[in-house]
Design a protein around this ligand. Sequence first.
Ligand code: HDD
Length: 688
Amino acid sequence: MGQQDLSKGGANHQKARGADDTMTSAQGAPVSDDQNWLKAGARGPSLLEDQIAREKIFHFDHERIPERVVHARGYGVHGHFELKEAIPELSRAKIFNQVGKKVPTFTRFSTVAGNKGSPDLARDVRGFATKFYTEDGNWDLVGNNIPVFFIQDAIKFPDLIHAAKPAPDRGFPQAQTAHDNFWDFISLSPESMHMVMWIMSDRTIPRSFRFMEGFGVHSFRLVNAEGKSSYVKFHWKPKLGLQSVIWNEALKVNGMDPDFHRRDMWDAIDSGNFPQWDLGIQVFDDAFADRFPFDILDATKIIPEEDVPVRIIGTLTLDNNVDNFFAETEQVAFCTQNVVPGIDFTNDPLLQGRNFSYLDTQLKRLGGPNFTHIPINAPKCPVRHYQQDGHMAMTNPKGRVNYEPNSWDHGEGPRENPEAGFTSFPEPVEGAKLRERSETFADHYSQARQFFISQTPVEQTHLGAALTFELSKCDREDIRARMVGHLRNIDEGLAKTVADGLGMDELPAAAKAAREPVTDLKPSDALSILKNGPNSFKGRKLGIYVADGADADTVQALQDAAEAAGAICEIIAPHVGGATLSNGQKLKADQKIDGGPSVVYDAVAVLMNEESARRYNADKPSIDFVNDAFAHAKFIAYVPAVQPLFESAGVWNYRDDGFLDVSSGNAGQFIEMCGKLRFWNREDVKQD
Ligand code: HDD
């Protein structure tokens, strides 16, 4: 029998019950009273005898499992992958062999450093892990929203994570890299410099999981039915385009709504706006690998899309929220080692180490080797083997035979299958045993520079500001100086900006590079967020701040235009009960003004009559609503009557082309403007 749904009348415990909704113990025994422990007399001591109470408390005491050692904060959703272009010439994986084939999936997005309860908008890399339940077993693509990594060899991972997490003596800071330990480690690890450019860009403060890319990071292999191998890098491209927030906004969102990203995902799926990503592959061969100036086994390098175009082969649709967060999101166990015939590993030393770590960590987290029996981890294809027993075994095979070869099952039991089974690509391997980093991994600055020069000026400014902010949280000046020394090898202008921002008297010496950088790498547009924006307001959120006297037609027109563009609209008002519009209609609010600040919207409108604008022109949440929207370069719709409030907020005299007076039936024009997402020119304006 399934668990009782407690939302259906759990509180109404005294009501007479039908037989089928009687509460039971975990052993199935009907429970008569769930409110009172068995006692010796109404005011007497509680009796140990009470098996019902003891079982309940026992279970509660053991509810927690260890959180993930990294990526503890995450959010999972169901979906499916549909193949749009078959690639049997590249891979014999069944998931890639038939156009239109749909495979169920489970995707978990995460931050890396924060604990389970940390805020969603921490400046951090986002995990993007997808489990494909294919007919040949589970394939896990355990990627990030950044295509490179901090380190080249898995043996350094514990040090990286120790340095990024809270310092062991004081236990802070939580979910942030802005502290000495992190920058100490990084500044001593030149191989991290390319990743540093990515994490200091706005990629680490995404507006939503829905608006970010995903990457498998490593070079993998695709292997076809003839055994021919090609190298591949996997990409997820969001259909809604890329978008991030501004750092000041992120800080405020975290206070306002620490669940900003998971709420966004839940709401989108709940309202039928299913987010989609295209799966792209970059395929290349040994000849390309040999002429590429970097090592394709080095996870700190990308292969620019200009060199090897991304070929779209299918689409991931996330269309189903979980029924239970713990059972699914918490218990899902991704393992990079989970591949299917037709997909194989390379010798990337980071990937090789991951293939040990993920399986190993599930033992600790989920308590035993049978985590594949948990429904979210169980393959959706037949599973036949002679593994047995262990903690929480759910699916022990039936019958007498539990070994092979055997002569009991007359050939009907599971047997190896050399044709259908997974075979490793027979790459010839030789070499002396040694602990050494290949010389081909030694260029740490060239692609860091390429990333920086590929950004728009707005993005470069944000990147410089992020570095300055993070390093200003480092107490030790030698760490700051060491980092600026690295930046000099990436871009002198950036190094100078950060040095000035930190108040350094002179530029520290450039770090000694292990290898002469390749200086002529061309900018790559694919690396910029702003060059890959959607130019549409679809999937975004408009916040309309409405107070008494707002013109009813204007409110309606904005709502209609937003809806027509595929955007979401929320009404904010001084009271959650709503506001009385010009036509006397009471419009209910989704948020009260202090619970609906402008930071949680992509664009805003402020509509009220002059009397209301005067009433709220000293109201701090109302002032912040307008002032923050301005400071965060958002598009702002208004009517002339709001002048008193806009003056208090200090923006009236700074109305620029990102503002639109919507009192003349031009709501559609405003929503069209919003397609640009932000009015970046405003970032240069200094307010009084
Ligand atoms: Fe990792 C979790 C992504 C390097 C060891 N990692 C984890 C998750 C993601 C990534 C998305 C969360 C999965 C989930 O939602 O449950 N990790 C990456 C990427 C890496 C990477 C893209 C570099 C390319 N990871 C990496 C290394 C090691 C680990 C080098 C260890 C040597 N990662 C782990 C782990 C975790 C994990 C300890 C924690 C929880 C889990 O595995 O299931 O095994």
